[in-house]
Design a protein around this ligand. Structure first.
Ligand code: SF4
Length: 381
């Protein structure tokens, strides 16, 4: 019973489970986590926006202008530095891109634009924002970065902003769950996984607050400063089903390899034999410009990163690596070379998983964006 209570499902874990149950299972095995620039940038922007929604303005006059841009940038700088430190302390990481700072500033400005639009002040530039305007916005903030949990503790989520939408008399019309999104904006409708996540926030909130006003769940996209609403019936029942199916188990959950799972974004390929067999069987192994591969390294020049690798193929369903005799020139650079040296310094001698090697030229390039890990597939049972 105690174990059951400790199992909690979040929207991102649910999405992983729906994409591929094995991906979800691997994400719970305490394997080395991967840092990513987009995620760090997003976290820094989120945190800085949350900071400006909790700012103390008591030492300013209501009519003051020209205060917001500097304050916002200071918060972002602090959060950027925090994220950079965490990123650099993560062994499994690509390169930190300092030039993304401008992008982070643009994202933060977009978030501020959407917040101003929320209180009917669209078109106001950050410089023109008065303290009184920002206080009006703050008075509409019900919660920032709040944790949502169902009373049975099975489902949880972390909402960015809970805002109050009011009518012309200032009476609350609805609550708005606003989830800041720093990824690509939808062309049309929200992607099913985002829809699922937003509706879960809404439904947990409603289950904890039966007397709440109507609740709207929205994705606020910084890419185009546009908000997208999620509508639909309750997802609680489906979420509870997923909760039951994701109980901790020793045996790996089933894998659903394919273009939408392995071909998309999966951080756990070095521990999964299924993408490799699926690639081989579908004739797509090594066929993309950026390909995942399992290799044997025959030679490496540690000073310039050039070497010779032999391509492997899966010998069985468990992912035993079989050398093919096909040798290719390979070149490691930047973080790719560092990661290789870190791996070799552990004494590793067997097959190596390379995530996303550039294979368009005669010489494969393993650059700063690539995973370089010991090939360690976990069998199905
Ligand atoms: S590599 Fe593919 S099959 Fe394996 S866990 Fe990831 S998504 Fe699932």
């Amino acid at each position: 019973m105690a174990e059951q209570r400790s199992h909690t499902l979040s929207p991102s874990a649910w999405n992983r489970y729906e994409t591929c149950p094995r991906m979800y299972w691997l994400s719970r095995q305490r394997l080395p986590r991967k840092a990513g620039m987009a995620a760090s940038l997003g976290t820094a922007v989120h945190a800085s926006v949350e900071d400006i929604l909790q700012v103390d303005l008591s030492n300013k006059n209501d009519s003051d202008t020209h205060w917001l841009p500097e304050l916002a940038e200071d918060f972002l700088k602090t959060r950027w530095a925090e994220e950079k430190e965490l990123f650099m302390a993560t062994p499994r990481r690509p390169m930190w891109k300092e030039k993304e700072w401008d992008k982070a500033k643009r994202m933060q400005r977009s978030a501020i634009r959407m917040l101003l639009a929320f209180i009917g002040a669209e078109g106001t530039t950050p410089l023109q924002v008065t303290v009184a305007m920002w206080k009006a916005l703050l008075s509409r903030v019900i919660a920032v970065e709040g944790e949502l949990r169902t009373s049975d503790n099975r489902l949880m989520g972390r909402l960015d902003m809970l805002l109050a939408d009011v009518d012309s008399d200032g009476k609350i019309k609805s609550w708005v769950v606003a989830d800041l999104k720093t990824g690509r904006a939808p062309e049309d409708d929200l992607k099913p996984e985002v829809q699922r996540q937003l509706l879960l926030y809404r439904d947990i909130l409603l289950s904890n607050n039966p007397n709440a006003p109507p609740v709207r769940a929205e994705g606020w996209y910084t890419a185009n400063a546009t908000t997208y609403g999620a509508d639909g019936p309750s997802v609680l029942e489906d979420a509870l089903e997923a909760w039951a199916a994701t109980q901790p188990t020793e045996t790996p959950l089933p894998a659903t390899p394919g273009p939408d799972s392995c071909g998309g974004f999966c951080d756990w390929k070095a521990w999964c034999p299924h993408w490799w067999n699926w690639r081989l069987e579908s004739g797509t192994l090594g066929k993309s410009d950026f390909s995942d591969a399992v290799i044997l390294l025959h030679h490496i020049d540690g000073s310039n990163g050039s070497g010779v690798a032999e391509i492997c193929e899966p010998a069985n369903a468990e992912g035993r690596a079989m050398p093919t005799g096909i040798q290719i020139p390979i070149s490691f650079d930047g973080r790719g070379l560092e990661a290789l040296k870190e791996l070799l310094s552990t004494g590793h001698q067997g097959p190596i998983f390379i995530g996303g090697a550039m294979t368009t030229r005669n010489t494969w390039r393993v650059g700063h964006w690539c995973d370089v890990l010991a090939w360690s597939p976990i069998a199905d049972s």
